[in-house]
Write a protein that binds this ligand. Structure first.
Ligand SMILES: Nc1ncnc2c1ncn2[C@@H]1O[C@H](COP(=O)(O)OP(=O)(O)OP(=O)(O)O)[C@@H](O)[C@H]1O
Ligand SMILES: [Mg+2]
Length: 234
C-alpha cells in the first residue's frame, strides 16, 4: 500500500543542514497497525509527514497505492493526500471558534467526494456517535476534556473515509486512562479496515501494534512483525 525506498530528508538553511531521515526503507501493508518509537529528534514526525504527503523527501522513492509520488504535481499530491490520509496530532488541532460537529465536517470542504450538506451532516453525526460524543456535538473544544477533544479529532480525520490514519503521539497529552480509550478507538478503526501509522513514546501502546518500528538518528533500527497482538487482544 505504502512503500518507502531509501527515503532521505535534509532540512537546509543558509548555515546548517539537518539530516532528519537517512535512507528509510519501509513497507506498510493494507490493514497494518504500525507503531513508530524512538528518541526525540530521531525523525518520527518527519517520517509521518512524508508518508502523508505533507512534506516531500529530498531523496528516495515513496509509492502510495502503486503510484510513485515523486512524479506528481502539487495539485495531484493534494488530491492524493485528501483522498488517502487522515491525520491526528498530539495537540488535537481543533478550531476553537467552531463546535465539534463543524470541526468534524470541515475536511469535507476540501474533499473531492461531492456530498450534500445534509449527507455531510449525517456522516459527521455518525462518526461523532461512533467516538461517543453525541451529547457534545454542539460544544466547543474548550468545553471538552483532552480525551474528548482527541476523539473529536479522530472523527474529523475519519470523515473523508481515509485508507490510512496517521497519528503523531495521539495520546501524548492525555493521562493513561484517556490514552487507553484513544488506543482502543484506534484499534477498533484498524479492525474495521483502516491502516494506521502511530508515533508514540508509550512502549506499552506501541507493543500492541501489529508492526513495531523503532528509529534512531534518522534511521529505522528494527521492524518487528512477529506476534499476534491483534488476535490475542480481541
Ligand atoms: N522544518 C525543519 N527545519 C529544520 N530542521 C527540522 C525541521 N523539522 C524537523 N527538523 C529536524 O529534524 C530532526 C527530526 O525531527 P522530528 O520532528 O522528525 O523528530 P521527532 O522524532 O518527531 O521528535 P519528537 O519525539 O521530539 O517529536 C530534528 O533534528 C529536527 O530538529
Ligand atoms: Mg515528533
Amino acid at each position: 500500500m505504502i512503500e518507502l525506498t531509501d527515503i532521505c530528508k535534509v532540512f537546509s538553511t543558509d548555515e546548517i543542514e539537518t539530516y532528519a531521515l537517512n535512507g528509510i526503507n519501509l513497507k506498510v501493508e493494507k490493514g497494518d497497525f504500525v507503531s513508530v518509537m524512538g528518541p526525540s529528534g530521531c525523525g518520527k514526525s518527519t517520517l509521518l509527514n512524508i508518508i502523508g504527503l505533507l512534506d516531500t523527501p529530498t531523496g528516495g522513492r515513496l509509492t502510495v497505492e502503486g503510484t510513485d509520488t515523486g512524479g506528481l504535481t502539487d495539485k495531484e499530491l493534494a488530491r492524493m493526500r485528501n483522498g488517502e490520509f487522515g491525520f491526528i496530532f498530539q495537540s488535537f488541532h481543533l478550531i476553537p471558534s467552531l463546535n465539534i460537529l463543524q470541526n468534524v465536517e470541515l475536511p469535507m470542504l476540501y474533499s473531492h467526494e461531492k456530498l450534500t450538506s445534509r449527507e455531510i451532516r449525517e456522516r459527521a453525526m455518525g462518526l461523532i456517535e461512533k467516538v461517543g460524543l453525541e451529547s457534545r456535538a454542539k460544544h466547543h473544544a474548550s468545553q471538552l476534556s483532552g480525551g474528548q477533544c482527541q476523539r473529536a479529532a479522530i472523527a474529523r480525520a475519519m470523515i473523508t473515509h481515509p485508507h490510512v490514519l496517521l497519528a503523531d503521539e495521539p495520546t501524548g497529552n492525555l493521562d493513561s486512562r484517556m490514552g487507553r480509550e484513544i488506543m482502543d478507538l484506534l484499534i477498533r478503526l484498524n479492525v474495521e479496515g483502516t491502516t494506521i501509522v502511530m508515533v508514540t513514546h508509550d512502549a506499552k501502546l506501541a507493543s500492541e501494534a501489529t508492526v513495531r518500528v523503532t528509529m534512531s538518528d534518522g534511521e529505522i533500527t528494527s521492524v518487528d512483525r512477529s506476534g499476534m497482538q491483534k488476535t490475542e487482544m480481541r
